[in-house]
Design a protein around this ligand. Structure first.
Ligand code: EPU
Length: 784
């Protein structure tokens, strides 16, 4: 059969007229379900389009599709026979006998333009789905919220009830196998009807299940009346029963007029009535009555009262199709969620991570209410607004939607093919939430940073929710994957230790710059440290040890892997034994100097002037006042790359100016220093000299100590001074006026700025004096 192309030619002048052409439905139905053709789908990666592609392949057509992105769905469909193109090319229209396009495709798409100009039959997605449904007894599930879950639940209950239904729903449904399925055996076809673009009126089902009707998609509809008009047409075109939610006033008003109706809900008037609802952690149970007669109890393993409502609709429909009540309840008990519908991504006693598709204020309220009822300590929410038009139209409602959340992070708007609206961003919603007197809201415009933002605020007992119809769930997935590792690290360091995700290293360096540590871990004992080393080795996780962060420059992209900060516990202990002072790697060198003073031991006073810890002092053989660390070291204790501990005497160690190679691959645990008995007054004098030297020659501002090693011929500070580079700057990074070998952070400097300034100094020294300056600070991490 050939579809007439005159209609298409007429449509060419006014592309969106396709919608009005109802007369082609029987022909299109035959074309799609009783014959086999070459069909091209424009925008095939979309959730609705990929389902349609699956149906058409199962119906035996030669299906090709184009999209600017590939997804796991397009990969799966390719394995089933889809010819996929990651680009929209005009020639795709030439080879196809029929072209179907998604609502997200713009009118100037080359395939659409070609199809129109050569009079190729061209249909919208919903027209194709409606035509396929025409070959079966159609059931459409429609409404603003919950239709994916409810259509999946309907297909599942009908399938378990032995009716072999075909289905078409808007998301991946693990319990159904795929988002769309053509079952030759069964009579019924269950489809989720999309109201967003008016195409709901394409459907002429036998039954319709209407969940709720309210203001939504105001990018497409001028007002609620326009939305109701589309629903009214669908109801009008329903040949059998209209099942509707009597508790939703708009739905009840509109559906009540139909000739054959079945109502459901909690209202006394409902034909199928639910009562005595008990909500549990991830499910519920409730009693069901049919026109006053008690049918029995139903149990759900999906959470929230809104799902009790959805299930009542399904019970009503399945009962009207004569599926016995006990069969219905048995299958409802087994029903699992659709993807992205309160989908648990990570669960432990300490944390629960849940993803939900909610993007309308009503849905957000319902999801947050459900999340709160689970009873975790705090509710932390990340939300990605979906569409500029919705953000603008419903910003007030969004402002009130987050009351149940303790912390909210809002990112920028997911445009979903819309052009931006000036002045409308994630900040619009943040402002409304603040206006609504919520104190825990933050704006994070960079989507790729949301997992870090939220991850860093986590506390044991948190339930973290990602909300939105765009791609925010990817951020929760990254967080969940990192949390799995984070929790293993926590088990290693125990109750007393500390693990934080994405800890900003600017908080842990004296220069106050540096991006996040993927895993920040503070062990409190040598044994925990050793276990960390072995864990990182087994898991191939890079590991970096940081002490006071005083001689460190961390790049703005932070450090991937585990950043260990041996701190507190064993690591802070300082013990004096005769002339020997043993100090943990996490003790400050300054504390060692004062412990020596207390024991009347001299020779360590210079350590007063070093801002670092023992571990860092050892690692770089730090020095001041003409002395250096290893001049005072008797022995050190360290862990090797396998986590085994060793003790080595000074004479076994190879040490250089500002370099100690052994600790480049091993990890200091403690060091024993040797002092000489001295009079307290002499010690105090030397301590004062050191303080005075620092005070008079070094800046008090935020810095990383000396930036360069002293070249053999001239101290680096003197060289920079002579080159006239003091006070020169890149952004907020500036060479100190006090000392030429210090770069200071004037406030919010970035690592990139500090590095650029270092490069400037090096190139001037090279050019003017032929001196190759070498940095003393350790530069680590990734660029942003
Ligand atoms: N000088 C200048 N202009 C300057 C800075 C220094 O002319 O802007 C001159 C000084 O007058 C002095 C000479 O350069 O004659 C050396 O300066 P300073 O005495 O300040 O010592 P330094 O070599 O720059 C070293 C350590 C410091 C330590 C001090 C004090 C190095 C790279 N630096 O500095 O250590 O605090 O001695 O004992 O060895 C560090 O390693 O991070 C650090 C700050």
């Amino acid at each position: 059969m050939k579809l007439t192309s005159e209609a298409t030619a007429a449509r060419a002048k006014s592309p969106r007229k396709e919608l009005r052409r109802r007369d082609s439905l029987p022909d299109l139905s035959r074309f799609l379900t009783a014959e086999q053709h070459r069909i091209h789908l424009v925008g095939v990666a979309g959730s609705g389009m990929s389902g349609l592609a699956g149906l058409l392949i199962e119906l035996g057509h030669a299906v090709s599709g184009s999209d600017k992105v590939t997804t796991t769905e397009t990969d799966r469909l390719q394995r089933l026979g889809l010819r996929f193109h990651e680009q929209h090319l005009a020639e795709h229209a030439d080879v196809a006998e029929l072209v179907v396009f998604s609502s997200a495709i713009k009118d100037d798409n080359p395939i659409l333009l070609t199809a129109r100009s050569c009079g190729k039959p061209l249909f919208r997605r919903a027209e194709a789905v409606a035509a396929i449904m025409q070959a079966k007894r159609g059931i459409v599930v429609a409404g603003m919220h919950g239709k994916t879950t409810t259509s999946a639940m309907t297909a599942h209950v009908l399938r378990e009830g032995g009716l072999h239904p075909s289905h078409y729903v808007g998301a991946e449904i693990p319990i159904l196998g795929t988002n769309a399925y053509w079952n030759q055996r069964g009579e019924y076809f269950v489809a989720e009807g999309d109201e967003s673009d008016g195409t709901l009126r394409c459907f002429r089902p036998e039954h319709a299940l209407i969940l709720n009707i309210e203001e939504e998609h105001l990018d497409f509809y001028p007002d609620l009346a326009a939305i109701e008009k589309v629903f009214a047409q669908l109801i009008d075109q329903t040949s059998g029963s209209v099942l509707y939610n009597i508790d939703d006033p708009n739905t009840a008003r509109l559906c009540g007029k139909h000739k054959r109706t079945v109502s459901y809900g909690f209202s006394e008037q409902a034909d199928y009535r639910g009562s005595e609802v008990e909500l549990r952690n991830f499910g519920s149970s409730f009693l069901v009555f049919r026109r006053g007669e008690k049918l029995g109890q139903a149990t759900l393993n999906v959470p929230g009262e809104h799902n009790v409502h959805n299930a009542l609709g399904v019970i009503a429909l399945a009962s009207e199709l004569s599926i016995p009540f006990d069969k219905i309840t048995a299958s409802l008990r087994k029903f699992e969620h659709a993807r992205r519908r309160f989908e648990i991504k990570y669960a432990s006693d300490r944390f629960l991570l849940v993803d939900d598709y909610a993007h309308h204020p009503t849905e957000i309220c319902a999801t947050l209410r459900t999340a709160k009822s689970i009873g975790r300590r705090r509710l932390v929410t990340m939300f990605q607004p979906h569409r500029f038009s919705r953000t603008k139209a419903l910003c007030r409602e969004f402002g009130c939607a987050f009351d149940d959340a303790d912390q909210v992070v809002i990112t920028d708007v997911y445009p979903a093919s819309e052009p931006p609206i000036p002045g409308i961003t994630g900040q619009t919603i943040v402002d409304e939430i603040v206006r609504h007197a919520h104190h825990g809201v933050a704006y994070q415009p960079q989507l790729q940073s949301v997992h870090r933002h939220v991850g860093n605020m986590l506390e044991a007992g948190d339930l973290v929710l990602s909300l939105g119809a765009g791609n925010i769930h990817e951020q929760l997935e990254i967080l969940a994957a990192d949390l799995v590792i984070g929790e293993k690290l926590k088990a290693i360091v125990g109750e007393e230790g500390e693990v934080r995700l994405y800890e900003p290293l600017a908080n842990h360096t004296t220069l106050r710059v540096g991006g996040p540590a993927q895993f920040w871990v503070e062990p409190r004992s040598e044994q925990a440290f050793a276990e960390l080393i072995r864990f990182c080795d087994d898991e191939h996780l890079p590991m970096f040890v940081i002490g006071r962060g005083s001689n460190l420059l961390v790049r703005d992209g932070g450090i991937r892997g585990v950043v260990v900060h041996p701190h507190g516990g064993d690591f802070e202990k300082i013990e004096v034994n005769g002339c020997e002072i043993t100090a943990g790697a996490g003790a400050k060198l300054r504390q060692v100097a004062y412990a020596a003073r207390a024991a009347n031991l001299g020779g360590l006073e210079w350590m007063e002037g070093i801002p670092g810890m023992v571990g860092g002092g050892l690692r770089m053989n730090a020095g001041a006042m003409g002395a250096q660390t290893f001049e005072n070291v008797t022995r050190i204790r360290y862990l090797d790359a396998e986590g085994n501990s060793h003790v080595k005497d000074r004479n076994e160690l190879e040490v250089f100016y500002r370099r100690f190679p052994l600790l480049e691959r091993n990890f200091a645990v403690s060091a024993t220093f040797c002092g000489q008995p001295a009079e307290r007054a002499k010690i105090d004098l030397r301590l004062r000299e050191s303080q005075e030297k620092r005070r008079t020659t070094q800046p008090a501002a935020k810095s990383a100590g000396c930036i360069f090693k002293n070249p053999a011929t001239i101290p680096a500070g003197k060289l920079v001074d002579e080159l006239g580079l003091k006070n020169s700057r890149v952004g907020n990074a500036r060479v100190s006026r006090v000392h030429g070998n210090f770069i200071v952070n004037d406030g919010n400097a970035t690592a990139a700025e500090v590095l650029a300034l270092i490069d400037d100094i090096k190139s001037v020294a090279r050019k003017k004096r032929g001196i190759e300056l070498e940095t003393e600070v350790e530069i680590v991490g990734e660029s942003e």
